[in-house]
Design a protein around this ligand. Structure first.
Ligand SMILES: [Fe+2]
Ligand SMILES: [Fe+2]
Length: 146
């Protein structure tokens, strides 16, 4: 995929990257590749937490001024995602993460991503001229730290 040049593209690009990691994880489950699962999980966990943080720091505060209820619903979904991540982290550590638990989590993430792309990312895109560079720079820096 091309290098993203707008903040919403950057975030949507990151959704795709995380989704790809998830499908690698699914393949690892299918192949029963026990050594790959914790490595892929750690990459996904780190990337996902950085993504949530980037949105909370660089997109949601300004979006909340326009649509407070949608912004707080998205934040609540982030909290639910982190709670699930914490639980799944423990399962990975204990080597008891199962494919069906990972698949249920993926459903949660996909629903969140779809909701976000419809409203939040569109809103960010519309601000691409005015505030886009600061949104893009900040989010890029945060995503690069993962
Ligand atoms: Fe999000
Ligand atoms: Fe997102």
């Amino acid at each position: 995929m091309d290098t993203p040049t707008t903040p919403s593209m950057l975030l949507a690009h990151d959704h795709l990257r995380l989704e790809r990691l998830f499908s690698e994880l699914r393949d690892a489950f299918e192949a029963d590749a026990r050594e790959d699962i914790p490595l892929l999980w750690t990459e996904l966990d780190t990337g996902l937490r950085a993504h949530l943080e980037a949105e909370e720091k660089h997109a949601l505060p300004r979006f909340a001024e326009t649509d407070p209820s949608e912004a707080s619903a998205l934040r609540a979904e982030h909290d639910a995602i982190r709670k699930q991540l914490d639980e799944l982290d423990v399962m990975v550590d204990l080597h008891v993460l199962r494919a069906d638990a990972a698949a249920a989590f993926l459903d949660l993430l996909q629903a969140h991503a779809a909701r976000e792309e419809k409203l939040l990312y569109r809103w960010v895109e519309e601000r691409a001229d005015a505030e886009g560079e600061s949104l893009l720079g900040g989010a890029r820096e945060r995503l690069a730290r993962r």
